[in-house]
Design a protein around this ligand. Structure first.
Ligand SMILES: NC(=O)c1ccc[n+]([C@@H]2O[C@H](COP(=O)([O-])OP(=O)(O)OC[C@H]3O[C@@H](n4cnc5c(N)ncnc54)[C@H](O)[C@@H]3O)[C@@H](O)[C@H]2O)c1
Length: 284
């Protein structure tokens, strides 16, 4: 039996943004492991499709429409899940969007959406679920989606990068809060490198400056050509969550290389620098 089967089988999993991409991969894997999966997404049809895939494969799943940018929807989600399924064993705060464009050219609405989904969506997921997790007294797991971008610098992906830096910090401090409290709640920071998903699809960039389209297309093509397989990426990451790892990577070599660059930047107090190989993405 694998670690994730041992820890997660029979438990309830709640995953945000699970109608596509990494969230859907985690949802299908959680279903395979024998969890009851609450597949949530702002796109109800997409969430239902993933829930149906899990049921077709012999698993247990329900879909719910949840917009993580609204704290009240996360409160409602936690209330409904605990009332219907009982204690939650695994919460994955996954929903996130990429936003491309010069800082001053991104419309206010797209700025608000990026900060509300990528930062507040995770904070309020934790705020809504942790009191119920603590009250249950049971061992459980919270995994928050950071990114390799949490340690890097990238002009015109500023809006995205800053949210991931913020979430890495949030998860580090949350981990320590659990330790201080003596809570049986494990916290992981999930750091995908590059996994094939729909995050750089053209329609996901609605509301970005028009000039961002070329950069978005270049990122999309790079992901299509070099990204890791979704099912494999989410399988290896969920295994690390079950093993109580704080640092969870899809591509550990990429994480190590990025961290080494970050360490050098901090140690030498160098000026910010465009990463080797990134310039061609920006010249569109
Ligand atoms: N794909 C990668 O290589 C990669 C790398 C690093 C980090 N990440 C992170 O992984 C997470 C998932 O990304 P992905 O690549 O699977 O993206 P994706 O675009 O393929 O899927 C994101 C899902 O989130 C949903 N969503 C969007 N706004 C929402 C909202 N307000 N409320 C609820 N759901 C919403 C979308 O409908 C979609 O189903 C994000 O946090 C992203 O930053 C991805």
């Amino acid at each position: 039996m694998t670690k994730d089967e041992e820890k997660f089988a029979g438990g309830v999993a709640v995953i945000t943004g699970a109608g596509a991409g990494i969230g859907s991969g985690f949802a299908r894997r959680a279903g395979e492991l024998g969890m009851t999966v609450v597949v949530t997404d702002i796109n109800g049809a997409a969430a239902e499709t993933v829930a149906q895939q899990i049921r077709d494969a012999g698993g247990k799943a329900d879909a719910m429409v949840v917009d993580v940018s609204k704290p009240s929807e996360l409160d409602r989600l936690a209330d409904e899940v605990y009332a219907k399924y009982g204690s939650v064993r695994l919460l994955i705060n996954n929903a996130g969007i990429e936003t491309i464009g010069y800082t001053w050219e991104i419309p206010a609405d797209r700025w608000e959406a990026t900060l509300n989904i990528n930062i507040h969506g995770i904070i309020h997921g934790v705020r809504a679920f942790v009191p119920k997790m603590l009250a249950s007294g049971e061992e459980c797991w919270i995994a928050n989606l950071a990114s390799i971008g949490a340690f890097g610098q990238m002009p015109t992906q500023t809006a995205y990068m800053l949210t991931k830096h913020a979430i890495q910090s949030f998860s580090e401090c949350l981990y320590l809060e659990m330790e201080l409290k003596g809570a049986p709640i494990h916290v992981s920071s999930i750091i995908p490198g590059m996994i094939k998903t729909s995050i750089f699809n053209a329609d996901a960039g609605e509301g970005e400056p028009a000039a961002a389209a070329g950069h978005r297309k270049a990122m999309h093509d790079m992901m299509a050509n070099y990204g890791m397989d979704l099912a494999e990426g989410t399988r290896v990451m969920l295994e690390q969550v079950a093993a109580n790892k704080f640092w969870v990577s899809s591509q550990p070599d990429m994480t190590e290389q990025t961290l080494a660059g970050r360490i050098q930047f901090l140690q030498t107090q160098a000026n910010p620098q465009i990463a080797d190989g990134a310039r061609h993405l920006l010249e569109h």
